[in-house]
Ligand binder design. Structure first.
Ligand SMILES: Nc1nc2c(ncn2[C@@H]2O[C@H](COP(=O)(O)OP(=O)(O)OP(=O)(O)O)[C@@H](O)[C@H]2O)c(=O)[nH]1
Ligand SMILES: [Mg+2]
Ligand SMILES: [Zn+2]
Length: 304
């Protein structure tokens, strides 16, 4: 009889119990030691825990250090945020995509761009997307949940990690999720979840096992990204990876507008930074400045 499992992955929560996957791939139900919850707060799917056998039950007694914690949905140790977008049906929401890229940089989540519905695209549209986004350095995948094109490459990229899908409404997140899961599909419990609301079924996010290993969260994340909650306006340029080789400018607080000695503008003029990215920088910077002004006003209003 084993008395300990050194490391198992929490893949689902159910009331006070958790379901963990052992290194051998077995699914085991366990309880969480009260002292552990007091120490680290609630466990999250994605967490790795040490289990001990106590009176015929498994009990999680320790949490291995967390790398990253996503809040909506709550998933620990996220390895990939897959930003799903489309060029047609619906057309590309570049504001969403660029805000996502910047937000993920700020929160230090590794992000990839997944263009779905490529079955609807002409070759010129794909190459437009590739020319525009590949130079930023993010992994870029072209897939179709309808035809299955590109999904093996994407699964290979996801590897054994934990992935969370993100993307605007209608881009095909649910379709992709089902297609990526292959034969396994969402278990019946998931299908009836909507009709069982109010019963004992869990509404928490779950991790679903991908056919080649790895997991994907059953709930998409990052539906809205409010950059102002994560950064100060003058930090924004740190989250544009392609700006980094050119920073700092002559003025440390350069906003990359008309200031003399602005390396970013110069790089745009030489074609070394895409002009559209500087335009998004200015757009987000304005939003952040306005948000900061609003916060200050609110604060001073309260003290009076
Ligand atoms: N042509 C084509 N249509 C697709 C593809 N993937 C999804 N669709 C269609 O796009 C529509 C939206 O797909 P969903 O999977 O519901 O999109 P979603 O991102 O989950 O949308 P929300 O749940 O509203 O956020 C459906 O009609 C799908 O059949 C694809 O690869 N090609
Ligand atoms: Mg959906
Ligand atoms: Zn500058």
């Amino acid at each position: 009889m084993r008395t300990e499992i050194a490391s198992a992955r929490v893949i689902r929560k159910e009331g006070k119990a958790i379901w963990v996957e052992t290194p051998e791939g077995d699914l085991v139900r366990a309880w969480v030691k009260g002292a552990l919850v007091q120490k680290v707060g609630p466990l999250r799917v994605g967490d790795r825990v040490r289990l001990e056998a106590k009176e015929g039950d498994w009990v999680a007694v320790d949490l291995h250090p967390r790398k990253r914690l996503l809040i909506h949905p709550p998933v620990a140790n996220v390895d990939h945020v897959l930003s799903v977008v489309t060029l047609r049906e619906p057309s590309l929401d570049e504001v969403w995509l660029n805000r996502m890229l910047v937000g993920a940089e700020a929160l230090e989540f590794p992000v990839a761009i997944v263009v779905n519905k490529v079955d609807l695209l002409r070759e010129e549209e794909r190459s437009w997307m590739r020319t525009r986004y590949a130079p930023l350095g993010y992994p870029l995948y072209f897939v179709s949940a309808r035809t299955g094109e590109g999904l093996q490459d994407l699964l290979h990229f996801m590897g054994h990690g934990i992935a969370v899908l993100a993307g605007p409404s209608g881009v095909g997140k649910t379709s992709l999720l089902n297609r990526l899961l292959g034969e396994e599909k969402l278990p019946v419990g998931d299908l009836s979840r909507k009709t069982q609301r109010g019963r004992h079924t869990t509404s928490e996010v779950r991790l679903l096992r991908l056919p080649h290993g790895g997991y994907v969260a059953d709930t998409p994340g990052f539906s809205q990204i409010r950059l102002g909650e994560w950064m100060e306006p003058d930090e924004l340029d740190r989250y544009f990876p392609e700006f980094q080789p050119f920073l700092p400018c002559a003025f440390r607080d350069c906003t990359h507008h008309e200031e003399p000695g602005c390396n970013i503008r110069a790089a745009v003029e030489r074609g070394e930074i895409p002009a559209f990215r500087l335009a998004f920088y200015h757009q987000f910077r304005e939003e952040l400045d306005a948000y900061l002004a609003w916060k200050r006003k609110k604060r001073s209003g309260r003290t009076r």
